[in-house]
Design a binder for this molecule. Structure first.
Ligand SMILES: *[C@@H]1O[C@H](CO)[C@@H](O)[C@H](O)[C@H]1NC(C)=O
Length: 242
């Protein structure tokens, strides 16, 4: 009898982990399930073997004021190309990644049902992003909210001023964490550590193993919490069966 209970537990946990390891969040443009895409455009190409974005989304990710979010990168003068390439990569990562499961949270927003929170970014990816943007300008710390959208695209809200990037974001950490309201967490883990998510990669997606690590090892993720919720349910099922 105990073997059956153990088996049930293993199966249920395995199923949960599998889901979290390969899934798409319920947001504005994501596919419902990850899968291969024949062609993904330019900087989104690394995800083509298994992606939550469509080819159309991957192409739009490279456009200014694209139909994805009508987002205006040039709200304090034209954003430099070296800075913008990081925002394009960030968009590809957000739209295409099938391995963000451990950091997906339900959210009460009109335009999406789920978001990512505290995704641990590799030090190099966060630091090169900040380095390449540090001569640009912006008027806001949190780019998720507080814009003037009255024209259909985001403009600096009344009372805000365009300031040097380094004044708004003194450090790479402040930028990576604050710009998308804590979607990302700055870490000191390096790209070869297996403990952080990579925005930039070539070849096989290295982030699957990272997600697996956090599902199995990180106490703050939902994996163990869900098991804790399932255990009493399975126990009562077991009692009913015998
Ligand atoms: C993507 O799809 C939208 C909506 O159907 C369309 O307006 C847009 O032109 C497409 N973009 C590309 C690059 O194909």
């Amino acid at each position: 009898m105990w073997q059956i209970l153990a088996l049930l537990l293993i199966i249920s946990q395995g199923a949960l982990s599998q889901d979290k390891l390969n899934m798409c969040m319920d947001a504005k443009h994501h596919k419902t399930e990850p899968g291969p895409e024949g062609v993904l455009y330019s900087q989104c190409a690394p995800w083509k073997d298994n992606a939550c974005c469509t080819a159309n989304t991957s192409a739009e990710a490279h456009e200014d004021n694209s139909y994805l979010y009508n987002f205006n990168w040039n709200h304090c003068g034209v954003m430099s190309a070296q800075c913008k390439k990081h925002f394009i990569q960030d968009t590809c990562f957000y739209e295409c990644s099938p391995h963000l499961g451990p950091w997906i949270q339900a959210v009460d927003q009109s335009w999406r049902k789920e978001r990512i929170l505290d995704v641990p970014l590799c030090k190099e990816d966060c630091e090169s992003w900040w380095e390449d943007c540090k001569n640009d300008f912006t008027c806001k710390t949190d780019w998720h909210k507080g814009w003037d959208w009255s024209s259909g695209t985001n403009k600096c809200p009344a009372g805000s001023k365009c300031r040097k990037w380094t004044e708004v974001y003194p450090t790479p950490k402040s930028m990576c964490e604050q710009i998308w309201s804590n979607s990302y967490l700055y870490t000191t883990h390096t790209k070869n550590s297996g403990r952080c998510m990579q925005l930039w990669f070539t070849g096989a997606n290295p982030n699957k193993a990272v997600a697996e690590y956090y599902i199995n090892n990180a106490p703050q993720t939902k994996g163990p919490a869900l098991t804790a919720m399932l255990l009493p349910a399975l126990l009562s099922l077991f009692v009913m069966m015998y």
